[in-house]
Write a protein that binds this ligand. Structure first.
Ligand code: ATP
Ligand code: MG
Length: 487
């Protein structure tokens, strides 16, 4: 079984390397002729073995940033400085986005928010500083030798085949160097569907608080990748169970307390994860390109975070959460501001949270046209996402209840599109107005003007937009057949 999976990974890897050979061979040759070795590394090698390599290629080399830039100039379509201090130069070549990083031996100053970078001299040393063994893989690119050399000093391929995230050294040392790696473990659990090794989970649990020294932007970028991964539940459950979520997204673990005294209300935390998964299942409604839609996903995850603060135990074991959507929208915006999201993303997610209950006033379909119009107008460009969120926000086990809700929502969507169509049609006007008609026919105000106008509207609806001369000619032709016309 495991050897089957190994040879499968090898086949995928070879296929992917052949696919990218034109670009990596050219680049390898350029570096080789300058006497510096280059290696494909990290996520690119991992993704090649998993058969999921995209258009990003990561390389590592002994060359320092200035020399990397010099070697890229004249070959790449563009180069840019991702962080000279971090030793990374970016480049574009056709469809490929390339990042070349100088070998490093980096370590975190425990008091500082920025990793301090020191350059290293060996590939193995560089690989030893990487976050997980599956990312500590390299393929060297000696173009003059018949074979490329696969470098795997930490058993990364074994872990890849087993689907496990393990650190090259001890997880404690690794997370001391850069606490962001704890969050990256959860991110890769989501993206790759890998398990996290028990000693890594233990280290995260013990060291979770250290994430506080990492900048909000770095945390945000990993959270976005986690939420947009194929298995966000796995990543989120790891965050919550290790206490990392208490540091980066405390609203999420807070939902676990929301089981009422009679256990009538399901655990809101569990409900939120299910809503997220149900939203993902409908994502193609908002993204035709098959990509993940962060805004919809995050709104699904956050939609009920106002519940703990608004919970009231009423008489008779009843529990209410009045205005939790309004409170939740505010809490969402606050959290997203702290994580330095863009104003637009904050607005969109918070607005969806605020609107997520609106539909429930729809009941048996007794909304007036104006209520439907207001629903559409308030959602604005978020309407498709609101459809997804609202439909996803139904986790009842009662099949009849669920089917009824979906049917009611079908009806609402139906009415929305009928109304939209009608109103589009209502906005259509003939190409001549009353004054132009009176002028062309030489008549004053009277019923004939209205009849002429309606005739032109019929023509317009039948035939679509016309050129002005044709419209005038049509009006005169119609006029000749009218009894009021004197000839
Ligand atoms: P993707 O690009 O799909 O998000 P990736 O694995 O390429 O995933 P990047 O953040 O692009 O991740 O980093 C590229 C490589 O650099 C990783 O594969 C890993 O080897 C290394 N790396 C990145 N960040 C860290 C870190 N904080 N600590 C250690 N190694 C890291
Ligand atoms: Mg990458």
């Amino acid at each position: 079984m495991s050897s089957d999976r190994l040879s499968e990974a090898q086949r995928r890897g070879v296929r992917e390397l052949l696919r990218i050979a034109p670009v990596i061979d050219e680049l390898g040759a350029r570096f080789q002729s300058a006497g510096v070795p280059l290696a494909l590394v990290g996520g690119s090698v991992r993704d090649a073995l998993l058969g999921r390599l995209g258009h990003d290629l990561d390389f590592t080399t002994r060359a320092r940033p200035d020399e990397i830039e010099r070697l890229l100039t004249g070959w790449a379509d563009a180069t840019w400085d991702i962080g000279r201090d971090f030793g990374t130069i970016g480049a574009r070549k056709g469809e490929w986005t390339i990042e070349i990083t100088t070998f490093r031996a980096e370590s975190y100053d425990p008091e500082s928010r920025k990793p301090t970078v020191t350059y290293g001299d060996t590939l193995d040393g560089d690989l030893g500083r990487r976050d997980f063994t599956v990312n500590a893989l390299a393929v060297t690119l000696p173009v003059t030798r018949p074979e490329r050399v696969f470098v795997d000093p930490y058993g990364g391929v074994t872990d890849l085949v087993a689907g496990v995230l393990r650190t090259p050294g001890t997880p404690e040392a690794s997370f001391t160097d850069d606490p962001l790696r704890m969050l990256r473990a959860a991110r890769f659990a989501s993206q790759l569907g890998f398990a996290v090794a028990p000693e890594v989970v233990e280290a995260i649990r013990a060291m979770a608080e250290r994430i506080s020294i990492v900048s909000a932007e770095r945390v945000r970028d990993e959270l976005v990748k986690l939420v947009c991964g194929a298995h966000p539940r796995a990543g989120l459950e790891l965050l919550v169970s290790t206490g990392l979520a208490d540091q980066v997204l405390p609203e999420l673990p807070a939902l676990r307390l929301e089981v009422d005294e009679h256990h009538r209300h399901k655990d809101v935390y569990e409900h939120s994860l299910t809503v997220l998964e149900q939203a993902i299942a409908q994502e193609q409604r908002v993204r035709t390109d098959g990509a993940a839609d962060f805004v919809t996903r995050f709104a699904a995850l956050m939609h009920d975070i106002g519940k703990p603060a608004t919970r009231r135990f009423e008489g008779g074991g009843r529990v209410t959460f009045h205005h939790h959507e309004v409170v939740g929208a505010k809490m969402t915006a606050k959290r997203m501001r702290a994580l330095r999201f863009s104003g637009e993303q904050i607005h969109d997610v918070a607005r969806l949270v605020e609107l997520h209950l609106r539909f429930h006033g729809y009941g048996g379909g007794e909304w007036t046209d104006s209520a439907v119009r207001r629903y559409v107008r308030d959602a604005g460009p978020l309407l498709d996402r609101l459809h997804v969120l609202t439909r996803a926000d139904c986790t009842t086990r009662n099949k009849r209840k669920a089917a009824a809700l979906q049917r009611t929502y079908d009806q609402l969507e139906d009415r929305i599109s009928r109304l939209a169509e009608e109103e589009e049609i209502n906005r259509i006007r003939p190409d001549l107005d009353g004054n132009a008609i009176m002028e062309l026919l030489g008549v004053g105000p009277g019923p004939i003007v209205g009849r002429a106008w309606r005739h032109l509207l019929e023509v317009r609806l039948d035939q679509g937009p016309q050129d002005p001369e044709a419209v005038r000619a049509e009006l005169l032709r119609w006029w000749k057949d009218q009894p009021e016309s004197s000839g």
